[in-house]
Design a protein around this ligand. Structure first.
Ligand SMILES: Cc1cc2nc3c(=O)[nH]c(=O)nc-3n(C[C@H](O)[C@H](O)[C@H](O)COP(=O)(O)O)c2cc1C
Length: 338
């Protein structure tokens, strides 16, 4: 862990950052964002060990990396005793999935997790579940409309997903999104586009309380993604990142590989029509999601396999080598390594 006072921050960080650090238990204003399929437990642990906070993606932990959920959390705990977070994707399209998610959250609480990031849906039920145990919920948003909903549902902070982000990108630039969310007066975390110290600083200067990075942490020694995927991130420029609807039904940022070029990036006409309907939308996303989970799982191990769904955001432009997590965090935040 990086000792307090050497974390590159002013000794008296601004209130939003202080709230973020209090909410998460981190000593640095940096989140290692949840990543399906890339969040292997060793990566999450390595991020938290620096004083940033690593967030568990439960489907990645269980389905991709093969851990029984509680055992996976204990494995992380055996590698670091620093706080970790949990990502709850809560779009309520299936009862079975909701039950599974509730169970995962209960186990997370039992294993000491107190920081939760909810995506999609209304976070109220998660807040009600974790609040009595001192748990804090931050909600993923791409615009003010969702922030209002999330905060009304009891979230204490926002993860502002901008249009540069890896995974499901938003539509606004980091500056536009901050201007829109500032009025809510809660810690707002910038997600998307940060790959180095200059990017990190720029977000803090805009007024963000903290930064959430995904892509930067894939190109690290501790991430178990294939060397080919890591090298592709190091070699790519921002223009090599394209948005594809073909994977989950909503745009996902991926590297343009020959496979992606061949497949095209738009959903087919029938899928598009189904995605527009209120009811069929959930069903269609569910269908895409099942297929996507399988395909994305394959993308971790692949060299030049048939399905190169290499998710990455435009921060690839600032990533020029594969390093250890501690090196990445130290360079990005200015924190001194122990
Ligand atoms: C490979 C990959 C998978 C991701 N999977 C998820 C996910 O399962 N849940 C989630 O909330 N965010 C997911 N994200 C978003 C990240 O948590 C983070 O917000 C984003 O990567 C920030 O943008 P950056 O990649 O430019 O750093 C994913 C991002 C990437 C690159």
């Amino acid at each position: 862990m990086i000792p307090p006072g050497t974390n590159g921050l002013p000794r008296d960080p601004r209130p939003a950052t202080r709230d973020f650090l209090a909410h998460t238990g981190a000593t640095l204003p940096l989140i290692g964002g949840p990543m399906y399929p890339c969040s292997n437990p060793e990566l999450v642990a390595a991020i938290s060990a620096t004083g940033a906070i690593g967030v568990v993606q439960p489907m990645a932990l269980t389905y991709v990396h093969g851990w029984e959920f509680r055992a996976g959390l204990r494995h992380i705990r055996s590698l670091t005793d620093r706080p970790i977070g949990f990502n709850a994707l809560i779009e309520g399209s299936s009862k079975t999935y909701r039950k599974r998610m509730e169970e995962w959250i209960r186990i997370s609480l039992e294993e000491g997790v107190r920081f939760f990031i909810t995506s999609l849906g209304n976070p109220r039920w998660v807040v009600d579940l974790v609040g009595p145990h001192g748990g804090v919920v931050y909600h993923d948003v791409t615009e003010a409309k969702w922030a209002e909903k999330g905060l009304a549902g009891g979230a204490l902070g926002l993860i502002a997903v901008n249009r540069e982000a890896g995974g499901h990108a938003g539509g606004r630039s980091p500056a536009e999104l901050f201007a829109e969310l500032q009025r809510f007066d809660v810690p707002v975390v910038a997600a998307g586009g940060v790959g180095d110290a200059a990017g990190f600083r720029a977000m803090i200067d805009l007024g963000y309380a903290a930064v959430q990075c995904g892509t930067r942490f894939i190109a690290t020694a501790e991430c178990s993604a294939s060397e080919a995927y890591k090298r592709a991130i190091v070699e790519a420029g921002a223009d090599d990142v394209v948005l594809s609807e073909r994977i989950t039904g909503v745009p996902v940022a991926v590297l343009r590989t020959p496979y992606i070029e061949k497949m095209g990036t738009r959903a087919g006409p029938i899928a598009r029509w189904l995605l527009r309907g209120r009811k069929t939308k959930h069903w269609m996303r569910g269908w895409y999601a099942l297929r996507a989970l399988r395909a994305l799982k394959g993308s971790l191990s692949g060299g030049t396999g048939s399905a190169e769904y290499w998710q990455a955001g435009r921060s690839v432009a600032a990533i020029d080598r594969i390093e250890s997590v501690a090196e990445v965090v130290a360079e990005m935040t200015g924190a001194r390594l122990p």
